[in-house]
Design a binder for this molecule. Structure first.
Ligand code: NDP
Ligand code: 2IT
Length: 444
């Protein structure tokens, strides 16, 4: 049996009930076959893949907090410190009821290669909790965040592990987490990114993942002689990534006509009104029905359906496995040209293969959504310098980083005989740097 197959079998056997983690490992290792087979004997002797797929450290802890009725609630907290070969662990925190160890491990594993692709010195990690911020008061969110950080603060630091936001964790949560870290440790340091602008946050971090997704997508389209101007764009999600993807898509002349949340979706043929969407989601924290009520051109539909809309470009920006084989078939039938992932692993393996087989340009999230973490790394740099750069400076660095990622991914795909297969290109380019650093540092 090949080394890749052996390690995939091992992961499935040793980590039962973690389907998302299996999926992430399979997707990466399958597309690395060409590199691994070239070095199979040495990698096997060094147990390189076993070391790559097993986190350096996995933390799981109890998070007790008191709700507004005086009832004690108990959630579970996680931090998976996956790989520190190229820098301190770096990656977001997700607060969502679906969070379990397998979800955090899939996200942490993806983060290793994504962070490597940014070209910046950051290792891979991820954390979170099954806490659901929806419907909670600000005081309850603060109580939860303070309890979560009371435990997490023992394991993180500006030079060891630097968390940030992800689903359910935005500026409000990062503020509460930072305040508690500072109070317990007595340290004012860049231990979290995505901070508010008055306490060490970076301009353009809020926009970075969505903007970066469009910088990457535009670079990919240009390389394939496609102009984004005038293109109809279907976006899923209505959170941090989706909102700023829609905004940048409009600035580049595209027409995003959809967005969605966990209860329904919007079709707005005149183009999504970003200011209204921001007001509904970032300020009022309401459902998308509130958007439709305020916007006569918009249709609201219950459930799932964004991928049935005829579009040229699809940007899944909500969550894992939200774009499945039947969705890919609908997109192809409607003539989609490109799919670029804003979320982490939003496209199933079968859907990705179907899109690629049908000539659709496909940008994998670990490359196309890397702008968020890249800008987090720029926030770390500013914190270390005790300086703040202008919006234009950060945004222009972000654009350069995303264009470089595309160029490197494209080149790696060509070098290994997989021209235009950006999944293979991203995995190879991300992997080679991590492996080089791991080899240089010995068996640790
Ligand atoms: P937010 O919490 O801001 O928004 C998430 C959006 O996705 C919401 O509209 C939410 O709807 C929807 N959503 C979440 N879970 C589900 C679900 N199970 N089914 C249907 N809809 C769902 O998160 P972000 O925008 O930050 O993150 C979105 C994706 O992008 C995630 O995959 C994340 O890992 C990834 N990502 C985020 C980065 C960042 O910098 N924030 C960087 C790189 C990737 P509702 O509000 O109803 O739950
Ligand atoms: O998935 C991701 O890259 C993020 N949620 C952002 C991580 C970060 O450290 O900014």
């Amino acid at each position: 049996m090949s080394y890749v197959d052996e390690v995939i079998d091992l992961i499935v056997k040793e980590n039962p009930d973690e389907p998302e983690f299996h999926q992430a490992v399979k997707e990466v290792l399958e597309s690395l076959r060409v590199v691994i087979e070239e070095n199979e004997e040495q990698y096997r002797k060094d147990a390189l893949l076993e070391r790559l797929v097993n986190p350096e450290r996995q933390l799981k802890f109890r998070v007790p907090w008191v709700d507004d009725n005086g009832q004690v609630q108990v959630n579970t907290g996680y931090r998976v410190q996956f790989n520190s070969a190229i820098g301190p662990y770096k990656g977001g925190l997700r607060f969502h009821p679906s969070v379990n160890v397998g979800i955090i491990k899939f996200l942490g594993f993806e983060q290793i290669f994504k962070n490597s692709l940014t070209g910046l010195p950051i290792g891979g990690g991820k954390g979170g909790s099954n806490f659901d911020p929806k419907g909670k008061s600000d005081r309850e969110v603060m109580a939860f965040c303070q309890s979560f950080m009371t435990e997490l603060c023992k394991y993180i630091g500006a030079d060891t592990d630097v968390p940030a936001g992800d689903i359910g964790v935005g500026g409000r949560e990062i503020g509460y987490l930072f305040g508690q870290y500072k109070r317990i440790q007595g340290l004012y340091e860049g231990v979290l990114t995505g901070k508010g602008l008055t306490f060490g946050g970076s301009l353009a971090r809020t926009e970075a993942t969505g903007y970066g997704l469009l910088y990457f997508t535009n670079a990919m389209l240009k390389a394939n002689d496609i102009d984004i101007a005038g293109k109809t764009i279907a976006v899923s999600g209505a959170g941090n990534v989706a909102i700023y993807a829609i905004q940048k898509a409009q600035q580049l002349g595209g027409n995003p006509v959809t967005c969605s949340d966990s209860t329904g979706w919007i079709y707005d043929p005149e183009g999504i009104d970003v200011e209204l969407l921001k007001e509904v989601k970032e300020v009022r924290r309401e459902r998308l029905t509130a958007y439709a009520e305020a916007r006569p051109s918009a249709e609201y539909h219950e459930g799932k359906g964004v991928w049935t809309v005829k579009c040229d470009i699809a940007l899944p920006c909500a969550t894992q496995n939200e774009l499945q084989l039947e969705d890919a078939k609908a997109l192809v039938a409607n003539g989609v040209l490109a799919v670029a992932e804003g979320a982490n692993m939003p496209t199933t393996i079968e859907a990705t293969e179907y899109l690629q087989e049908n000539g659709v340009l496909f940008a994998p999230g670990k490359a196309s959504n890397a702008g968020g973490v890249a800008t987090s790394a720029l926030e770390m740099s500013q914190n270390s310098q005790r300086l703040s750069w202008t919006f234009e400076e950060v945004d222009s660095r972000l654009q350069t980083i995303m264009e470089n990622i595309f160029a490197n991914v494209d080149a790696a795909a060509k070098d290994y005989g997989y021209e235009k297969n950006y999944v293979v290109g991203a995995n190879i380019a991300g992997f080679l740097k991590v492996v080089d650093a791991m080899n240089a540092q010995g068996i640790v």
